[in-house]
Design a binder for this molecule. Structure first.
Ligand SMILES: [Zn+2]
Length: 338
């Protein structure tokens, strides 16, 4: 609906600000931790919060925080039971209100804090209201933006139980690309048929930081869910898209930083390595399928053996990853999609 209106208002304000001379507000991250939550400045206006357990072990998704002098934008909200710690950690970065929350997917490790973190902020409105869109109520929280398929899952239309109404996305998008503004262009890309049919990748253009959601992880195999519209080839396409958007470190100072859904801050070379790993395992599965092997035979062949030590986790094993690849590759004996 009216996000383009927000965008043009913000854009006009930004043009004036840019004429004055632009500088990011100071990131007030004196102490790196808040409770068990770790705060780390990434680049430009963007920081990341790692949930309890740290970047390599947290069961909560990473939260991306973009802070301008007016507002805070979040990508994902982590696990519900860590919400209080996340709110305290965001306050250390900025005292400005949370205005927008972008959900990269529907998983509860990414959306569990939607209600609490949204209510800790407020929707965009106030002084610029009156231009034909509703002035939100004072009790409303920050605007939650997601692909429309995420709303379908969270509101119970896809078979899983509905979450509380206040945790639902309040703005959905359905186009391949969506944009908003908080002192920099923030592009939201729909990655169709990646882990699910509702994954988003978020690009903070001026800060040169990409928040990848679970399409990219430094600690797990991609958790492709074929029943939710996920496919291995769509996941590879989404990673290729991130690689296209990113600039390597040697070409530009710092280069593009990529925040994975889980794990440590990465650069383009890390995403290339992860993409290559998936392509290698997919090709091994495809090869065995072309030879007519059954799923059980392919599982017995221990296809991802050389990557399991790094990426296989009890909650999403190499074998489950192979099953998800098998389920989404074409079953003909002479097709090798590359
Ligand atoms: Zn996740």
């Amino acid at each position: 609906m009216s996000l383009h209106i927000f965008r043009s208002i913000f854009a006009a304000a930004a043009t004036i600000a840019a004429a004055v001379a632009f500088s990011w507000p100071e990131v007030a991250a004196q102490t790196p931790t808040s409770g068990d939550v770790t705060v780390l400045p990434v680049q430009g206006a963007v920081s990341v919060l790692f949930g309890p357990g740290g970047p390599n072990n947290s069961t909560s998704a990473n939260i991306t925080v973009q802070a301008s002098e007016d507002a805070v934008v979040l990508v994902d909200t982590g696990r519900e039971d860590a919400s209080g710690q996340f709110i305290a950690a965001i306050r250390r970065i900025s005292t400005r209100p949370v205005r927008f929350i972008i959900n990269t997917q529907a998983g509860r490790d990414h959306t569990g804090g939607n209600e609490a973190l949204s209510l800790s902020g407020r929707p965009y409105g106030g002084r610029a209201a009156g231009a034909g869109f509703l002035l939100p109520g004072a009790a409303d929280g920050a605007t939650i933006i997601a692909h429309e398929h995420v709303l379908a899952v969270l509101s119970g239309l896809r078979g899983s139980p509905a979450v509380p109404f206040r945790a639902h996305p309040t703005e959905t998008y359905f186009a391949p690309e969506h944009e908003l503004f908080n002192h920099e262009a923030i592009q939201i890309f729909h990655e169709p048929a990646a882990l699910t049919d509702g994954d988003s990748v978020v690009f903070f253009r001026r800060s040169d930081v990409i928040s990848a959601g679970d399409v990219f992880s430094t600690v797990t195999y991609p958790r492709i869910d074929p029943r939710a519209g996920g496919t291995v080839n769509g996941t590879i396409s989404a990673l290729n898209h991130i690689i296209d958007l990113a600039i390597p470190r040697e070409k530009q100072e710092g280069g593009t930083y990529i925040i994975p859904g889980h794990g440590r801050i990465a650069d383009e070379a890390d995403v290339v390595e992860y993409r290559d790993m998936i392509v290698i395992i997919r090709d091994r599965v495809q090869d065995l399928m072309t030879k007519g092997r059954t799923l059980d035979q392919i599982k017995a062949a221990k296809v991802p053996f050389d990557y399991d030590r790094r990426y296989s986790k009890p909650e999403w094993t190499g074998e489950q990853f192979v099953e998800s690849i098998f389920a989404t590759l074409p079953r003909t004996t002479n097709s090798a999609s590359r």
